[in-house]
Design a protein. Structure first.
Lengths: 344, 344
DNA sequence: TAATTTTACGCAAACGCTTGACTTATTATT
DNA sequence: AATAATAAGTCAAGCGTTTGCGTAAAATTA
C-alpha cells in the first residue's frame, strides 16, 4: 500500500524534467511540446496522479465550495431546494457545504463562522425564523464572500436574493374558489411580521377587489402556526357571522390542523367547507382530506436559480475585480402557481 | 475596504518579530513569553486576524470535512439522519460536504470522485438502491479515506457500518398485534433482495414461532414498493383463504397505499383490518388512517453514531499510523423499537 | 565566576501547485 | 550570414502555516 500519493514533483523527477513543465503539460499549455506532453500525461495516468486540491485551493484562494445555510431539511420545501442547489452547483464544478440553523439565530451565526473559516467561495442562505439582526451577514462583506438569499430573505437593502412571489398564486387560488361558486372565503394566515404572510394577504385582497367583492378583514386571521392557534382561528372563522365556505390556509400543516378542527365541529370537508393551501408536503394528498388545490412555490427552481446567481457572481468577481459589481443587486422573483388537485 | 486579509506575516512585521513566534503565540505555545504572547494576541484581535484555513488544510493534509453521500434528502429518514450527522460533526469541529445520489449509481460514483478531489477526511455513505458493485468504494482505500456506511450498507466484508436491526422491532410489532388478539397477521414486505426485507421477514417468523403459531408463508408478500404492487399484494392478502385481521407493512408509504386499497374493498380500517408500519413519515399521524403502531429506526441516532465512529477512526489515524487499525471494523447495530400510537 | 540549564525566540524547510519572467535551442526572415 | 521570431523549457517566487532545530540571553547551579 502506497503511503504517499504521487505529486507533480514525483512525475518531474521520473521524467527528468522540471515541475513547471509537468504542471503545464497537464494543463495542455501551448508552450509544451507534444512529445513531452504525452509522456507526462501517460505517466500521470499510470501513477494515477490526481492533483492535490487542497494545494490548489490554497494557491488560488478559491475552494470551489459554496456554503448553504437553511433552517430545516426535514421541511420538504428545503429538501427540495437543496436538490436544486446541488444540481446547479455540481454542474459548475462546485460542491456544497451544508448547515441547518434549525431556526436558531445562534446556530446561524455559528454556521456563518464555520463557513467563513472554511473559506467557502460564496453563501446561499435562507434565514431562520427568528433572525432580525443582520450584522453577521454584513460581516461577510469584509471577506468578499458574496451571499445570495433565497426564500426567506432579510429585510435589508443591497442584497442579492431569489424568492417566490406568492401574490399571484394567491390571486389564482381565490379566483379558483370564486369560480367554484364560493363567495365567502376565509384565510388562516401566518405570523403577522412574516413577509410571506403579507404577500398572501395582498393576493387575497387583490383578488377580491378585482372581482368587485368587498374585502372583509374579519375573514382573514393570523396564526403563529401552532396547532392551538390554528384551531382557534378555524373555530373563530366557522362560528363568525359571515361563515366562509372555503378557507385558504398558510401551508399544508395549517391545513391539516384546520381540517381536523372543522371535522371536530361536525362539518363535512369539501361539502360544508373547502380548503386550499400552499404546497409544502408532497404527500399531502395522502392525508385524510387533502386541499382541493395548492399554490406551488417551486423550491427546486428557487434553489437552482439562487445557485446559478451566486456562481455568476463568483465568475464576475474573478474576471473583473472592480467595484462596479458591488453596485448592482440581483432580485429574482419566481412566480408561484396554483395547482388543482385531481378529482376536483 | 481592505483588499487583503491580515496574515501572521503582517502581524510579525508590525511587531517586528518572526512569524514563527506569532504562530506559536497564537497557539499558546509554552516557549513564548507572556509579554509577546499578549502583544501578539491583542494585535491579532485588533486586526481581526483569522487564520487562513485553506493554508492550514493544505499544510496539515487535513480538511476537517466529512463527505456525506446518501440517496434522498426528501425522505424523512435521511433528513433526520443528516441532522444527527451535522450535530455530531460540528461538535468535533468538522463540517459536512453533502451529496445526494438520488439512487443513481452513476451519481454516486461521481460524488465519490468529487469528495475525493475535495480531500474530505472521511466519508459517510448510505448506498443507492441500485448499487451492487463496490469498486468505487474500495478505490478510496488507496487515498486512506475511511468510510462508515449507515443504514443502507453494502454486502461486503471488512467495512465499518452503523445500522438498525429491524428484527427486534418486528418481533415487538407482531407481539403487540398478538396481544391485541390478532391471530392471522399478514405482511407486505419490500423487494426480496433488500436486507431490510429479510430482517422484517426474520422478525416475523421469529415472533410467530416463539408464540407457537405456525408460520404461513402465504401471509407474507413481497412488493417492489410501487403503488400497483402494494395494492395487488393487499388485495391478494385480503381475498386469500386465510384473511388477516392485521397487516404489517414495509413502511409508511406502503401502509398508505395498502390502507387505500383496503378501503376500496369496503373494509373498515382499525376494525376489519389493522395496520402496523415502519416509521419514516413524521406526519403519518395526519393521514387518513395512521398505523396503530410503528417500528422506529432512529435515523438521527444512526447518523450521529456513524459520525462519531468516523471521527474516532480519523483520530486514530493521526495518532497511530500503524496497520493495526485496518484490521478491526466497527459494526454497530442499533435496536429498532415499536412505538404505539396514541388512542390505541 | 564559570559551567549549566532554562527561557524566549528566530531560521528555514516543507506542504503541492501555478505562473511570470527568463533561457536556450530551432526555425524563419531579410 | 546575420538577425529576428518562435518553440520548448527551466527557474524561482509565492500562497499562509506549522514545526524541528539552532541559538542568544537570562537564570540557576556549583
Amino acid at each position: 500500500m502506497k503511503k504517499t500519493l504521487p505529486t507533480i514533483k514525483e512525475i518531474a523527477k521520473q521524467l527528468n524534467i522540471s515541475i513547471s513543465t509537468v504542471s503545464r503539460a497537464l494543463h495542455d499549455h501551448p508552450s509544451i511540446g507534444l512529445r513531452t506532453k504525452t509522456r507526462v500525461q501517460e505517466l500521470a495516468k499510470q501513477l494515477q496522479y490526481e492533483p492535490n486540491q487542497t494545494a490548489i485551493f490554497f494557491q488560488q484562494g478559491k475552494t470551489f465550495t459554496i456554503g448553504v445555510i437553511l433552517p430545516e431539511l426535514s421541511e420538504a420545501f428545503f429538501s427540495s431546494a437543496i436538490s436544486g442547489i446541488e444540481d446547479a452547483a455540481h454542474k459548475s464544478g462546485y460542491t456544497v457545504l451544508l448547515g441547518q440553523s434549525h431556526d436558531s439565530v445562534d446556530k446561524e451565526k455559528q454556521l456563518i463562522e464555520t463557513m467563513k473559516k472554511h473559506r467557502v467561495d460564496g453563501l446561499l442562505i435562507s434565514i431562520s425564523k427568528n433572525t432580525n439582526n443582520y450584522e453577521h451577514f454584513e460581516a461577510l462583506q469584509r471577506y468578499n464572500i458574496p451571499i445570495v438569499f433565497f426564500d426567506r430573505i432579510p429585510k435589508i437593502p443591497n442584497i442579492h436574493y431569489v424568492a417566490c412571489n406568492m401574490i399571484n398564486g394567491t390571486v389564482q387560488a381565490i379566483n379558483f374558489l370564486l369560480k367554484k361558486g364560493h363567495r365567502i372565503i376565509g384565510m388562516i394566515n401566518g405570523p403577522e411580521k412574516l413577509p410571506a404572510t403579507k404577500e398572501r394577504l395582498d393576493g387575497y385582497i387583490q383578488a377580491m377587489i378585482k372581482s368587485r367583492l368587498k374585502y372583509d378583514a374579519g375573514l382573514v386571521l393570523n396564526s403563529d402556526l401552532t396547532k392551538e392557534s390554528v384551531c382557534a382561528a378555524t373555530e373563530k372563522l366557522l362560528t363568525g357571522k359571515r361563515k366562509p365556505t372555503a378557507i385558504v390556509t398558510f401551508n399544508d400543516y395549517v391545513a391539516m390542523d384546520a381540517v381536523q378542527q372543522a371535522r371536530k365541529m361536525k362539518l363535512k370537508i369539501n361539502k360544508d367547507i373547502c380548503f386550499v393551501s400552499y404546497a409544502n408536503l408532497p404527500i399531502s394528498h395522502y392525508t385524510a382530506y387533502p386541499p382541493m388545490a395548492s399554490v406551488e412555490q417551486f423550491p427546486y427552481q428557487q434553489g437552482q436559480k439562487a445557485t446559478e446567481t451566486l456562481i455568476d457572481l463568483l465568475q464576475r468577481k474573478t474576471n473583473a475585480d472592480n467595484e462596479a459589481i458591488n453596485t448592482t443587486y440581483y432580485k429574482i422573483i419566481l412566480e408561484s402557481q396554483l395547482v388543482i388537485h385531481e378529482g376536483v
